[in-house]
Design a protein around this ligand. Structure first.
Ligand code: GDP
Length: 423
């Protein structure tokens, strides 16, 4: 069984034009390089990648795409304690008139990267998605994109998130340079500057001292950060008052993680996905701060015959199988694909599952996982993971799939009528 702690099911929520497609493309490019070469940094892989440009569009619009990210790394190189994290990136529709789909994607993911444009900040549509994420108690990290654009203002977006979304947005970084001259960030936890090199691989960076004119601001915002998370860690609080310099990086990371999962803070980062700056750090933050499937104790469902009777399933491969179909898509190669999130137990290709809505046991002929440039058949999908099943004759989004002997209904959420966007 794979280590569930190293799995992250997350989405990227963004207002149209904030750079979601570009960011997703960058994630797949960086992780794709690793996937093929086993190395974090390998120039040769880039050309190979470029040749597959055309196919990529298809995967980006897939309901869920899987990739792997090594963490932690140093200067883009593996360390002795580097581990491979498995990501499932779930598509989160950004349109208001897809409210039902947004609701459903919120249900199946464990965390979000909330993407904002550094120029446009919080827009009305961001509020809709934000409220839905609140409803499903989805932990978020914030990424302020387009820092290279004229008019970009990271701290202004942070202030807007506080004011307009009522969330405690806490910067983890401060930008070095602005607009055309945006170079990198100062990491408020390590107290180091990071300058990304201008390359399509986007994996290399250099560490620089904090620019002199930023020293005061860095001190102020570092204080704000520690203060915001210190209540999540008693020793951190004590150290903060005694000797702030004695606080270790690990202590800060752990306090941020707890506060983020508790929805008390939104850790904020910035960059320019277009210029290959910052998305790498955001992926590290996904590993560090967003929850794994086992951070959720159990998923709640209800009895098939009695909606009032609650049933629970632990995120454990040994529990009875339960899953939610969250998107049905037609694929030119394999036909109808039912994307599902497995909450408990496991599903083997070739086995039967009960669809509680239809009451039918159906045979799953194949299970696929979608990667950046290919679809891979897999033998099974287990608790905490996402796959696409082939073989259903009767399947709809929102259907619960489960073990015949242990039936459960997972989707008991309120689904509002689609809202028609008024332009
Ligand atoms: P989406 O609608 O959120 O998927 O946004 P896209 O990724 O399609 O980006 C919208 C436009 O903004 C495109 O023209 C991108 O090239 C551009 N863009 C995305 N990210 C950045 C960035 O970091 N800096 C700049 N200058 N442009 C960006």
């Amino acid at each position: 069984m794979s280590d569930l702690k190293l799995r992250r099911n997350f989405g990227i929520a963004a207002h149209i034009d904030a750079g979601k497609t570009t960011t997703t493309e960058r994630i797949l490019r960086y992780t794709g390089m690793i996937h093929r070469t086993g190395e974090v940094h390998d120039g040769g892989a880039t050309t190979d990648w470029m040749e597959q440009e055309k196919e990529r569009g298809i995967t980006i619009t897939s309901a869920a795409v899987s990739c792997q990210w090594p963490f932690p790394t140093q200067q883009g190189k593996a360390l002795p304690d580097t581990k491979k994290y498995s990501f499932n990136i779930i598509d989160t529709p950004g349109h208001v008139d897809f409210t039902v789909e947004v609701e459903r994607s919120m249900r199946v993911l464990d965390g979000l990267i909330a993407l904002f444009s550094a120029v446009d900040g919080v827009e009305p549509q961001s509020e809709t998605v934000w409220r839905q994420a609140n409803r499903y108690k989805v932990p978020r990290i914030g990424f302020v994109n387009k820092m290279d654009r004229s008019g970009a203002d990271f701290l202004n977006v942070v202030a807007q998130i506080k004011e307009m979304l009522g969330a405690k947005a806490v910067p983890l970084q401060l930008p070095i340079g602005a607009e055309d001259n945006f170079k990198g960030v100062v990491d408020l936890i390590t107290n180091k500057g990071i300058i990304w090199e201008d390359s399509t691989e986007g994996m290399t960076y250099s560490e620089v001292p904090i620019p002199e004119d930023m020293v005061e601001d860095v001190e102020y915002w570092r204080g704000q950060l520690i203060e915001a998370v210190a209540e999540y860690d008693d020793t951190l609080m004590e150290k903060f008052f005694d000797d702030p310099n004695s606080i270790s990086e690990d202590e800060v990371h752990e306090a941020i993680r707890k506060a983020c999962i508790d929805l008390s803070i939104i850790p904020m980062m910035c960059g320019s996905s277009f210029k290959n700056k910052g998305v790498q750090t955001a992926l590290d933050a996904v590993c560090r701060y967003l929850p794994s499937p086992v951070d959720i104790e159990a998923i709640e469902g209800s009895d098939v015959n009695d909606p009032e009777k609650k049933l629970y399933r632990k995120p454990d491969a040994k529990e009875p199988f339960s899953a939610l179909a969250f998107k049905i898509m037609t694929d030119p190669f394999v036909g109808r694909l039912a994307f599902f999130r497995c909450y408990s137990g496991h599903l083997d290709a070739g086995s039967y599952v009960l669809n509680v809505r239809s009451g039918k046991n159906e045979r799953i002929s194949r299970i696929m996982k979608m990667f950046a440039n290919k679809q891979n058949p897999v033998e099974f999908i287990e608790a905490g993971d996402i796959g696409a099943a082939v073989g259903f004759k009767d399947i709809k989004t929102g259907d619960t799939l489960c073990d015949e002997k242990n039936p459960i209904v997972l989707e008991n959420m309120f689904i509002p009528e689609p809202v028609i966007a008024i332009a």
